[in-house]
Design a protein around this ligand. Sequence first.
Ligand SMILES: Nc1ncnc2c1ncn2[C@@H]1O[C@H](COP(=O)(O)OP(=O)(O)O)[C@@H](O)[C@H]1O
Ligand SMILES: O=C(CO)[C@@H](O)[C@H](O)COP(=O)(O)O
Length: 488
Amino acid sequence: MLAVPMTSAGAGTTAAKDRSKDRPTVAGIDSSTQSCKVVVRDAGTGELLRVGRAKHPDGTEVDPAHWWRALEEAVADAGGLDDVDAIAVGAQQHGSVLLDEAGEVVRPALLWNDGRSAEAADALTAELGGPGAWAEQVGSVLVASLTITKLRWIAEHEPESVARTASVCLPHDWLTLKLSGGARLVTDRGDASGTGYWSPREGAYREDLLHKAFGATPNLPEVLAPAASAGPSASPLSRGALLGAGTGDNMAAALGVGAQVGDVVVSIGTSGVVSVVSEVPTHDPSGLVAGFADATGRYLPLICTLNAARVLDSAARMLGVDHAELSRLALSAPAGSGGLVLVPYLEGERTPVRPDATGALHGLTLATSTPAHVARATVEGLLCGLADGLDALVEQGCRIGRVVLVGGGARSEAVRVLAPAVLGRPVVVPEPGEYVADGAARQAAWVLAGGDAPPAWSLGRSQTFEADPTPGVRERYAEVRDLTATRP
Ligand SMILES: Nc1ncnc2c1ncn2[C@@H]1O[C@H](COP(=O)(O)OP(=O)(O)O)[C@@H](O)[C@H]1O
Ligand SMILES: O=C(CO)[C@@H](O)[C@H](O)COP(=O)(O)O
């Protein structure tokens, strides 16, 4: 059984804050690409007490002030945090937050899905001796998503920003800093492992690589142990609550679903992610698998695509339907959509590395030119990219156990039904929830409880979806996935 919290509540649920003093509560924050979510849970049982949400602005370059405003709004939507004893932040990985001597933001953050640093990634790769050298030294081959490539882009294009930069951190580090009232700049090994200048194997920063990219060596956040505290919050939002180290959103999701070694988490959010909890670090020179660390002291080999839930959003928009109808249409068409394939590179792609690619529909005939076929091809194309990712984890020798499906896209019935057919394995779907925020909350509960492992929260309901594998769908996808036009 999965350690998934049982109860759920709607946005803005305001359960009375009348808990007795012997029932501590914790809050978890998910500051992801599209929105901020806050959950408040009972620290001992994991019972969900309240949840709040607020939207982030669109765009791949964002002033961190927007994340703070959304956090304030989401906290208000969750009925406030006055009663909370500990709090931790999970957030989108990789974004580059540059701070000056006074702790002020130097320029808007370049997010994980900002592709402008693709050439910087290529240049840095060559400078260290090729992809294998980066895989060996920091666990991951560089792509435009990794923080270090953004720092190189800034160094090349905005030397004045470099000159003003005293510290560099990540989105979750910055939010934790704000919650600490500006007192502590900390991070954790999970999020640090996505920078390109922290080695999961050595458990240490590689300041030489940072200097190589940025031409300077700014201060970096202290990397805290998984259950260490960053001290009390000094923010009016959560004054006095103990702060956890926080982590990247994918590490938090693994913690939130209680993933054990071998458990695969497939997340269909803005990004499409396939990750697996591993006892050993990976060093994939092909670059498909990023060799990240997790939030518990283990590792989280991961593949990430740029195109996931928004592919469903755009298909629904194109067809002029809502998500429920898109799903119904997809399930009404035959497996393989009569040969129609959607290659979902709508924002270019990171895995495989196709930064300049565009999406494509292959196999249009009179018979396949129907909304149902397009809907089916959309869901199957999205899942085929993730199935390729799962194969890459297997190829790295990762132990593969259960497959757990989460993220906004998992709310689509068609995704849930077709995932086991395309992935070729049963898929466990926990009830819809905010698993990144839950993981952050669980880290906060661990900070309170101490010990070697996060508290075992009550198990939640989940449903296992099974289906006969449809290898033909993947074979057809493999035939056409590279036949895409570049951006005009
Ligand atoms: N029922 C649904 N079917 C398909 N997609 C959905 C559904 N509900 C929400 N989404 C999509 O999920 C995405 C948000 O997922 P989420 O995991 O919260 O993303 P992120 O964490 O990257 O901000 C949005 O693109 C949204 O449109
Ligand atoms: O870049 C990665 C992982 O390497 C992304 O997974 C980001 O962490 C953003 O996540 P979502 O907003 O899609 O959850």
